[in-house]
Design a protein around this ligand. Structure first.
Ligand SMILES: Nc1ncnc2c1ncn2[C@@H]1O[C@H](COP(=O)(O)OP(=O)(O)OP(=O)(O)O)[C@@H](O)[C@H]1O
Ligand SMILES: [Mg+2]
Length: 253
């Protein structure tokens, strides 16, 4: 199939009496790794949610793989659900479930019943995120922050998606864990041919992953291009975001 993986047109979102998006357009092509940046409260998480059919845009359209996400046909929605994986910003694992059950969740949700198959797929995903089988029976509270992110990534990969959406995937990780998580996403992107859209405030994560940068400001995608092109732009948000010395804002102090 040709055409963009993500196509957002003239998106308008009004939340709590305030315009969040006002005429937002964005295309993401197959195989791209697009970094979405913007000030806090600019509507990045809201946009990711709308990309997967959550939340209600006031106007405009969102298509994934050429299909409207707001389709009323349950079969179409279900078919689409298999094709993307999400790591939400505060995407905590289910704290009452083991690592195994967290990763198995999307499979069970989609009606996979064969326990042997579930076991095989969960172990495969654990290995993919460089965790060991011995981690499978652990509870989320027993994991480090970096491990939680990896399990959440394994869960996002459970359905072997073509599109991966990551909201602040390295927030709260120390620089080493952050770098190794970024390395993992890079590897998965190369090996699985994934298309990735990620939100970050972290310049190191951005520089290491993004093939393109899209800036959400003034209620729309104000600018997009290579990191070099974006850095060269004269706009208050961009000047501030890329100001020297603002590195590793997400790292613990
Ligand atoms: N359910 C809601 N009801 C009312 N307002 C909302 C709701 N969800 C989000 N908002 C508002 O919409 C705006 C955009 O929120 P959003 O979470 O998308 O921002 P963000 O760019 O992801 O910010 P951050 O970088 O802090 O994560 C904010 O002003 C927020 O308060
Ligand atoms: Mg957010």
């Amino acid at each position: 199939m040709s055409g963009p993986v993500v196509r957002v047109r003239d998106l308008h979102t009004r939340l709590g009496g305030v315009w969040v998006h006002r005429g937002l357009d964005l295309d993401v092509e197959r195989g791209e790794v697009v970094a979405l940046v913007g000030g806090s409260g600019s509507g990045k998480t809201t946009l990711l949610r709308e990309m997967i059919g959550l939340g209600s845009a006031t106007r405009g359209s969102v298509e994934l793989f050429g299909c409207p996400v707001a389709s009323s046909d349950p079969h179409a929605v279900r078919a689409l659900r298999r094709r993307f994986g999400v790591l939400f910003q505060h995407g905590a694992l289910f704290s009452a479930f083991t690592v195994f059950e967290n990763i198995a969740f999307p499979l069970r949700e989609l009606g996979v019943l064969d326990e042997d198959l579930i076991h095989e797929l969960v172990m495969l995903k654990l290995a993919m995120v460089e965790l060991q089988p011995r981690h499978a029976p652990l509870m989320p509270a027993e994991l480090s922050g970096g491990m939680v992110k990896r399990v959440a990534l394994a869960r996002a990969l459970a359905l072997e998606p073509e599109l991966l959406l990551l909201d602040e995937p390295t927030a709260g990780l120390d620089p080493d864990r952050s770098a190794s998580f970024v390395q993992l996403v890079r590897l998965l992107h190369q090996q699985l041919g994934l298309t990735v859209v990620f939100v970050t405030h972290d310049l190191d994560t951005l520089a290491a992953l993004a093939t393109r940068v899209a800036v959400l400001a003034e209620h729309r995608i104000l600018a997009q291009g290579s990191l070099e092109q974006i850095v060269a732009m004269d706009h208050p948000f961009i000047r501030n975001f890329f100001a020297p010395g603002r590195q590793r804002r997400d790292a613990p102090h």
